[in-house]
Design a protein. Structure first.
Length: 228
């Protein structure tokens, strides 16, 4: 997944539900500052033909096996459900004695507060969730191949989320930065207090302008502020 330049820290980015690497277009602003890599989940982008992950243990096992960092400094960041993915990967790496410098959780529910949904997810309910969250324009979901291209990856992630049991009492050795957004109606600013319990090292809370996907408007300074 990544083989970093020794002179710079590597940032591994996990996207929100149903999204892939394009959701981190704004991270191009980090070029020359960090080696940034956006995780591309199976079933989308360059991995379109692959079946998606729907069980967290399988996701962690296969994802951790692809990370090759040598002795480079590693920062893991995730947005929304991507913050949970980042947390689980960070915990798995630490169990393998791989040092993670920092986890950055952007607009995500803290692992200690994670509750499995009671919804029986299918394509219709996944599409409704996409409309409610607002990441995918409604007109895109009306395209002929929308179910295969856009809705199925979201359904995979919703099923993956329902296989996730939260932190299980795990507290990371890595520093942790929680980022909340002023107009986020899905994850409140108060969630930061729970993220503080997810690390036994330095905790930082940043409150930024924007909504649930505030990261899409980050420039170089915005990204450096949340990653530093």
């Amino acid at each position: 997944m990544s083989h970093a330049d020794d002179s710079r820290a590597t940032v591994l980015l996990f996207p929100p539900t149903g999204a892939g690497a394009p959701s981190f277009r704004s991270a191009r602003a980090l070029q020359g500052v960090y080696d940034s890599w956006a995780y591309c989940p199976p079933g989308r982008g360059t991995r379109f033909g692959e079946p998606g992950f729907t069980v967290m243990e399988k996701f962690v096992e296969e994802t951790v096996a692809t990370i090759d960092l040598d002795d480079s400094t590693l920062i893991i960041a995730g947005v929304s459900f991507g913050a949970a993915l980042g947390f689980t990967v960070c915990a798995a790496l630490e169990r393998r004695d791989v040092r993670v410098d920092r986890l950055v959780a952007i607009c995500g529910v803290a692992p200690g507060n994670y509750v499995r949904a009671q919804t029986r997810w299918d394509l219709d309910s996944a599409r409704a969730r996409m409309i409610d969250y607002g990441l995918t324009p409604r007109e895109v979901l009306e395209m002929e191949d929308a179910d295969e291209i856009f809705v199925q990856p979201t359904l995979d992630d919703l099923l993956l989320a329902d296989s996730y049991g939260g932190s299980g009492g795990v507290s990371l050795r890595a520093d942790l930065t929680c980022v909340t957004a002023s107009d986020d109606h899905l994850v409140p600013e108060s969630e930061a207090a729970s993220w503080a319990n997810a690390t036994r090292s330095k905790f930082t809370h940043l409150h930024v302008p924007g909504g649930h996907y505030a990261h899409t408007d980050f420039g170089t300074k915005g990204w450096i502020d949340v990653l530093s």
